[in-house]
Structure formats: C-alpha cells, structure tokens
Design a protein around this ligand. Structure first.
Ligand SMILES: Cc1cc2nc3c(=O)[nH]c(=O)nc-3n(C[C@H](O)[C@H](O)[C@H](O)COP(=O)(O)OP(=O)(O)OC[C@H]3O[C@@H](n4cnc5c(N)ncnc54)[C@H](O)[C@@H]3O)c2cc1C
Length: 418
C-alpha cells in the first residue's frame, strides 16, 4: 500500500479531506494533475499585479472558514459590505447600514430600496437569519425567481440590485438556483466582510497544504480506479498506486472520467483584469450595472471592482487593478476586449483606451448548478472504498468544498476502522 488513503485533487475539498484524515492518524497521498495546489483557487503574478484565475472572494463568516482556516494569517483585505449601483448616468452606494453607517441614509432612502421591497426582503430572508442552518436547508425550496416573486419582491431592489449581484455570485443569470441556498449565502455576506488575502486567493489552499505531512504529487493525473481485494488501485499517468480507500476530489467537469457519476451541470464566467490609468474610484465596493431599462446590465459586464482599492497588495504602489466579470450563460458572455473596454468606460465614466489588459480568464466550470431543492449532502460513495467530494457534492462555494472534503474524510475513516 502506498498510503491508507489516496486523495485525488488538491483543491479545497481534497486538501481539507487530507488534513482531516491525517489528524485521524491515517497516512495520505494527494495526487494533483496541475502544477500547484488550489484547483479553482489559483493566483498568478503578472507584471507586479496579483490576479486570481477568475475574480472571487473569501468570506470569513463561512462556518468552515472560521473552523479550519487561520484567517488572520492570510492578511485578509476586505471589501465593503454593499455595492455601488450604476443606473444610466447615476451611481448610488448601497451598504450594510450597521457596517457602513456613513452610507446608511442614502441606502435607506434610495429609490433602489423602496420600503415595499425592503419589507418583502425581510419576509424572504428573515427566518434564515435567526434559525439554524439545518432548518433553513430543510425548509421547502423553490427557484430563486419563484421564491422572490412569491414574497412580492419585484421592485427595483430586486431588478436593479439583487438579481444583478446574485447573477455574478452564482455565475447564473437565469434565477433558477435554489432559494434556500441563496438565503444562506446572503446570510454569510451579512455576517462577514469578504476579502482577498494579501498574497492572493491561492494563499488559502496553500495554507491548508502546508499543514499536511504526507506528500502532494503535483503534475500527477489519476486516470483510472480499480477495486482490489484490500483496497483500490489508482492508475496515474506515471504509474500505479494503491491505497485502502480513495477520495475523488476533482472538479465537476472531471468526476465522470474517474467514476460512474454523471458530470454535474455547471455555470461559467469570465474575468478581465485591467491595469487602469487615472484613479477610478469606487472605494472598496463592488460596482453593479443596472442601466438596462427593466433591470440588469446594459452591456456585457455584470460586476466590476477596483480591486486595488479593497486589496492594495494586488497592485504595485500607485497602480490600479480593475476586474470586470461577464457571464457565460449570456449571449455577450464572450464579449471582445474592445467591447469590455467600452463598457468599462461607461461604467466608470472615464476613458479606458489606455487601460492595459493584465489577464483574461474564461472559467467554463466556475460553479456547479445549484437547483432546488437544496440537498443536505456533502459527499457521495462511488464504490465500496471510493468516495467523491467537492463543491459539486455540497454547495458551489469555498464553504461547500471544505465541508464536503471534511465529511468525506470522516466517512472514509469510519469505514476503514470498521
Ligand atoms: C471564478 C470563480 C469565482 C468563484 N467565486 C467564489 C466566491 O466568491 N466565493 C466562494 O465561496 N466560492 C467561489 N468560487 C467557488 C470555489 O472556488 C469552489 O467552490 C472551490 O474552490 C471548489 O473546490 P473543489 O476542491 O471542490 O474543486 P476544485 O477547486 O475544482 O479542485 C479539484 C482539483 O482536482 C484536480 N484534478 C482534476 N482531475 C484530476 C485528476 N484526474 N487527477 C488529479 N487531480 C485532478 C484539479 O486540477 C483541481 O486542482 C468561485 C470559483 C471560481 C472558479
């Protein structure tokens, strides 16, 4: 045996499962096909800028992050809890009134937050704010669109703010995601101020990996799994390995290649990273576009942010890094550089012809689809000694990936002891 357990995939799920197994006294070998750990959480340094492979943020309020991540060690640089919304030639800052009292008055009196919408929002999310997570998951579920319609949240707060914000977060503009999932997600946003680690998002998986004593074999892809008399044999592109059990912690697009499970449906987005000239100013807030009559963005960009305002370490001194996100489920999701640049000029009301592209990431499989009902599961057995973990088994998030890896590891440890 090469190890008690072989973990395939060094994303967040795989790394957390390896950590849990090692803490339980089992020997673990992690196989990762890429050249570094992190999976969908990777960061590159380009011309002095830090660019994550697709804009994402770490929410320190996620229970799994609170439990298993040393957030202070990451030097989290926080975004504001709110957004700047562009409607035509106006911008409005809407922010959490307790966290940003300076913006409380504009937020509460904005035409984007009519009282009828605020009351409907309270009816919709209220119970999730005070009851236990398990009860919220188990409550009757519907699509986000149906659920918001049902409480009468149909005004500008919905059309111009929530729908646009959530489409970017879920990489899904259809409104077909689970309402229960979205409520839990928004609860996390209300409880924590998401941010970016000083060394980039990849510092998160690197922190998890640093705690491992067993090996991580980078550049090693698992090709096939076979049951043996006392465990599982893993064929890799460089040879064969065996273990008493295997955790398959690959992303949604790869799971069908190693197990009999079907590939889960996914949603995708693209992130453009620009070095901006001048000083586009949004403070540490996300910029949403709701300039299309009836709601939603007037161009391809669903959200943007001056990353260096929230996270100064992402840009060299005096430089500005701007991200712009487009959604692949929209016809203009693959907008050209010229189209994105033109849209940014409108959004920031400033010329952008001298802005330089630092990187462009097209992430086809950003997140697994999250249709209702929200299942209360975290992993799936795919054989007697093979368990599948990853966000696509739980919820499409850092929280989901970590919980999935952890619970899968506990299940494997229990089975091996039995
Ligand atoms: C652009 C983007 C934005 C996001 N925004 C957020 C956000 O703001 N907040 C949030 O909570 N979540 C966000 N997420 C989601 C979050 O990053 C993921 O849910 C999480 O990282 C998934 O981790 P995972 O371990 O399940 O899968 P992955 O990260 O996909 O890891 C799977 C690993 O398996 C490896 N692998 C695949 N096949 C093999 C093989 N045959 N052999 C060996 N190794 C293999 C892969 O290389 C990869 O390293 C975002 C994701 C993206 C891409």
């Amino acid at each position: 045996m090469d190890a008690d357990v072989i973990v395939i995939g060094a994303g967040l799920a795989g790394l957390q499962s390896a950590r849990r197994l090692e803490r339980g006294g089992l020997s673990v070998l992690v196989l990762e096909s890429a050249d570094a750990v992190g999976g969908r959480v990777r960061t590159d340094r380009v011309d002095g800028f830090l660019v994550d492979r697709g804009f994402q943020v770490l929410n320190p309020a996620y229970p799994a992050v609170r439990r298993w991540v040393d957030v202070p060690a990451l030097g989290l640089q926080r975004f504001g809890v709110g957004a700047i919304v562009r409607t035509g030639d106006r911008t409005t800052t809407l922010a959490h009134p307790l966290r940003h009292p300076r913006h409380a008055l504009t937020t509460m009196s904005s035409r984007l937050t009519p009282p009828s919408d605020l009351m409907a929002l309270a009816r919709w999310i209220g119970p999730t704010l005070w009851r236990a997570t398990a009860a919220s998951r188990a409550a009757s579920d519907a699509t986000l669109r149906e659920s918001l319609d049902a409480v009468g949240l149909t005004g500008r707060l919905r059309r111009d703010v929530l729908d646009t914000f959530l489409a970017g977060v879920l990489a899904d503009s259809t409104g077909e995601s689970s309402a229960n999932y979205v409520r839990l997600l928004l609860r996390s946003f209300a409880m924590g101020a998401p941010g970016l680690p000083a060394a980039g998002m990849q510092a998160l998986p690197e922190q998890l990996a640093a705690a491992l004593v067993g090996g991580i074999r980078l550049g090693t892809a698992a090709r096939e799994l076979r049951d043996t008399a006392d465990g599982v044999r893993v064929t890799t592109d460089t040879g064969s390995l065996s273990a008493r059990a295997v955790i398959v912690a690959v992303g949604p697009q790869d799971v069908a290649g190693l197990t009999a499970l079907l590939a889960p449906e996914t949603h995708g987005l693209t992130t453009w990273w620009f070095r901006a000239t001048g000083e586009p100013r949004t403070g540490p807030f996300l910029l949403l576009d709701a300039s299309r009559p009836g709601g939603g963005p007037a161009g391809p960009i669903w959200n943007s942010a001056v990353i260096s305002e929230a996270a100064p370490s992402y840009a060299p001194d005096g430089r500005h890094l701007v991200q712009a996100t487009t959604l692949l489920d929209r016809p203009d999701g693959r907008a050209t550089e010229a189209e994105v640049r033109q849209d940014l000029a409108r959004l920031y009301a400033t010329p952008t012809d001298r802005w330089e592209v630092v990187a462009h990431h097209v992430v086809e499989h950003t997140l697994p689809a999250q249709p209702p009902p929200l299942a209360d599961r975290a992993y799936t057995w795919a054989g007697d000694r093979v368990v599948v973990a990853g966000d696509h088994r739980a919820t499409g998030s850092i929280q989901g990936a970590l919980v999935s890896g952890d619970r899968a590891a506990r299940a494997v440890a229990t089975r091996l002891r039995v």
